[in-house]
Design a binder for this molecule. Structure first.
Ligand code: IMP
Length: 180
């Protein structure tokens, strides 16, 4: 069973707290879209565990799709570029789209994706993110459904990686020393 034990990992958010919070966020989505269908769009790969758990706690007709992006350029300035690696499989026109992210960090990814999605005429467009690091924001993005707001720490687990490692940890952990 994946655990946070091992050098350099400190548990920041335990799996039980994540489960409780995901249920509560899903409850809010269920209430906000009562009687309607929601279409969750997961940003690969980090959001896949969050999306899978969130979708199963939403008590509405729910469909899912995935999109993949890559960032390049200097992440420290707001001209950092994002480009699409995998587009959606399905049209989102007329749907209640919820963009599902692992973490809102600089906001560059969400900003780019929201711009693209808006052009495709969804009925509504909102953002769900497991984690939010508002102190790192370079582009203004507001999460509508946020799991946890965290300080500027590099975290891994529950989908989040460092060099493709640690995604399968059940807890969200801080990597020490930080990678940057
Ligand atoms: P952005 O800076 O808001 O565009 O975030 C881009 C992506 O960077 C996120 O979707 C994550 O995959 C990744 N990221 C940002 N902060 C962290 C972190 O603390 N740990 C792991 N990945 C992160």
């Amino acid at each position: 069973m994946p655990s946070a034990r091992g050098d350099g990992l400190k548990v920041r958010i335990r799996r039980a707290a994540i489960e409780r919070r995901v249920r509560s966020v899903a409850g809010r989505i269920t209430r906000d879209f009562k009687g309607e269908r929601v279409h969750l769009i997961g940003v690969l790969k980090g959001a896949c565990f969050f999306l899978a758990d969130l979708a199963r706690e939403i008590n509405l007709e729910t469909s899912i799709d995935f999109i993949a992006v890559a960032s390049y350029g200097k992440k420290k300035d707001s001209s950092g570029q994002v480009r699409m690696l995998k587009d959606l499989d399905n049209n989102v026109a007329g749907l209640n789209v919820i963009l599902v992210e692992d973490i809102l960090d600089t906001g560059l990814t969400a900003n780019y994706l929201l711009r693209i999605l808006r052009q495709r005429r969804p009925k509504t467009l909102s953002v769900a993110a497991l984690l939010d690091k508002p102190s790192r924001r370079l582009k203004p993005v507001k999460g509508d459904y946020i799991g946890f707001t965290i300080p500027d720490e590099f975290v891994v687990g529950y989908g989040l990686d460092y060099a493709e490692r640690y995604r399968n940890l059940k807890d969200v952990c801080v990597l020490q020393p930080p990678p940057r």
